[in-house]
Design a protein around this ligand. Structure first.
Ligand code: HEM
Ligand SMILES: [Cu+2]
Length: 551
């Protein structure tokens, strides 16, 4: 028999036999698609854990008194919430998308170093568990915030070596090593493995943003790791790099820390800019406006991101002339960023908008990002920053970036590529319910933080003056709505992965190499490597993307 049995064929003539077995996801695989999904699923687990901590904090803050948890527990909660959200969720989930999508989008069969890639992934469950397990350490987990500033972080009140702060530093170092390995792999893949014909200006915008983000990892992480190791020495073996009482400098730590951790926000936001750039053209059915300018502006952001870190230290005794320099360089970043925003708006302008769930999340994310950009410019200005430093205004600003833009962008990407990754369609009704709960929850949770911050409510407190109560009640209600919003999301993902309709190879009629292969793609992606002949966003132009494959 040479003919395939008819029941093995679906609408587009793909065989059902290559749907991956669930056991694959618990194994040491070197397939970038398996590793990508491993990253994404693991990171969502940490998202939920850190989200539960956020719920407890918002429960605590619903009344002015510290009645739900005491102050020490509260300190541990915001520290672990922030750390797990950043190291366990945002970086890994974006690494997952980079892993899954980059080889498909550039027409490669895998990444450059598949084994290093797998090792980088398997460090994530290790350091993530270490962070969670630190709740069992004597004295509890770290309590000095995700910044871990000395002198608080080198105090060691429990007097034991294996305390929460120690475990935290080990976890952060592992996270750094994992990210460096991942960055080496992804950068090499993008530079060396683009298929024939894919010059730099035929490379999809998401791939550009991933490259930009990973370059930041390569120059920034060594500084963070150096700072963390020196802190570890101060904590354990009695060096005094950062101990002011012994002639060390706590401000030096702040330089090490922010030299990486400011650029790190672009490691998180740039791939989300990539998602916007991929999604808007599809759902507006128009080419990405100013594609070349959009991709080049990512690289300009990388260059500028390395010269702005001192804006986190305006209130740390930085001399005025230096403040002026860093205020100016920070504000300059709004130029390439603003160019991107204009390009997205121009892409949407006059387009035939299709408001499916991925598009709703992308548009909601763009709106929230514009708002966060405005408060960001305010914070970049020295006089405003001195006034609102360490108030809830800052917390409101960065959650608008991190939740309003980054989480929204990631949700949009999850829905958009879900059919490709799983071979199944998600349920649109549940998706829309998820979007509206997320939008309402975000607004109620994070908007009130701005007025209450301007009124002077300090951050990192378990109790507060009753005059702040009104805004905190609203914020907490918003927080609980956000917590609830994950229920339709998880239901949708699980139910449609198991039971959803079979996805065709290109359900959105999108342009891009990943949509030319079956859903989910075969082990080595392409039987025959594509030969690219056009820019990736030819919507409405009806020119083919490749010379040899369809589409
Ligand atoms: C339902 C969603 C969320 C709620 C209700 C929430 C709530 C909070 C609260 C109450 C704080 C303490 C603020 C302070 O006093 O400084 C906080 C801090 C923080 N959050 Fe969230 N958050 C949420 C989502 C996220 C997400 C998705 C991320 C990152 C991906 C994130 C990252 C952080 C960071 C980095 C801190 C600072 C921790 C520190 O000061 O060391 N949050 N959050
Ligand atoms: Cu910054």
């Amino acid at each position: 028999m040479t003919q395939a049995p008819p029941e093995a064929l679906t609408n587009e003539g793909q065989s059902l036999t290559h749907l991956p077995n669930w056991r694959t996801f618990f194994s040491f695989s070197t397939d970038h698609k398996v590793i990508g999904l491993q990253y994404i699923v693991t990171s969502f687990f940490f998202f939920l854990v850190a989200g539960i901590f956020a719920m407890i904090m918002r429960g605590e803050l619903i009344t002015p008194e510290p009645d739900l948890v005491d102050r020490t527990v509260y300190n541990a909660l915001f520290t672990m919430h922030g750390s797990i959200m950043l190291f366990g969720w945002t970086f890994p989930v974006l690494a997952g998308f980079a892993n899954y999508l980059v080889p498909l989008m550039i027409g490669a069969r895998d990444t450059a170093f598949p084994r290093i890639n797998a090792i980088a992934f398997w460090m994530v469950p290790v350091f993530g568990s270490l962070l969670i397990l630190s709740f069992l350490a004597p004295g509890g987990p770290a309590q000095s915030g995700w910044w871990s500033y000395p002198p608080v972080s080198i105090q060691n009140p429990a007097g034991v070596l294996l305390n929460g702060e120690f475990l935290w530093l080990v976890a952060v170092a592992l996270s750094g090593i994992s990210s460096i390995l991942g960055a080496v792999n992804i950068v090499t893949t993008i530079v060396r493995m683009r298929c024939p014909g894919m010059g730099w200006f035929k490379t999809p915008a998401f791939v550009w943003t991933v490259l930009a983000a990973q370059i930041i990892q390569l120059f920034g992480l060594p500084a963070l790791t150096a700072g963390a190791v020196m802190l570890l020495f101060d904590l354990t073996v009695g060096t005094t790099f950062f101990d002011a009482s012994q002639g060390g400098s706590p401000v030096l730590y702040q330089h090490f820390f922010w030299f990486y951790s400011h650029p790190a926000v672009y490691v998180m936001i740039l791939p989300v800019f990539g998602f916007f750039s991929e999604l808007f053209p599809v759902y507006a059915r128009k080419p990405l406006f100013g594609y070349k300018v959009v991709v080049v502006s990512s690289m300009i952001i990388v260059a500028l991101s390395g010269v702005v870190w001192v804006h986190h230290m305006f209130a740390s005794g930085t001399p005025p002339w230096m403040r002026m320099l860093f205020m100016f360089s920070t504000m300059l970043i709004s130029v390439p960023t603003g160019i991107k925003v204009f390009a997205w708006v121009a892409t949407l302008w006059g387009g035939k908008l299709r408001l499916d769930t991925p598009m709703l999340f992308a548009m909601g994310g763009l709106i929230n990002f514009v708002f966060a950009g405005i408060t960001g410019i305010m914070l970049a200005s020295v006089p405003v920053d001195i006034h609102v430093n360490n108030t809830y205004f800052v917390v409101g600003h960065f959650h608008y970036v991190i939740y309003g833009a980054i989480v929204f962008g990631i949700y949009g990407a999850v829905y958009h590529w879900f059919p490709k990754m799983t071979g199944k369609m998600y349920y649109e009704g549940l998706g829309k319910l998820h979007f509206w709960l997320t939008m309402i929850g975000t607004t109620l949770n994070f908007l009130p933080m701005h007025p209450v911050g301007l009124m002077g409510m300090p951050r990192r407190v378990a109790s507060y003056d009753p005059e702040f109560a009104f805004w905190n009640v609203i914020a907490s209600i918003g927080g609980f709505i956000l917590g609830m919003s994950t229920i339709p999301f998880l239901l949708n993902m699980i139910a449609s992965w198991i039971n959803g309709d079979r996805a065709p190879s290109n359900p959105w009629r999108a342009i891009g190499l990943e949509w030319l292969v079956p859903s989910p793609p075969e082990h080595e992606n392409f039987e025959e490597l594509p030969i690219v002949i056009a820019e990736p966003y030819g919507y409405g132009k009806s020119e083919p993307l490749t010379e040899n494959l369809g589409g």
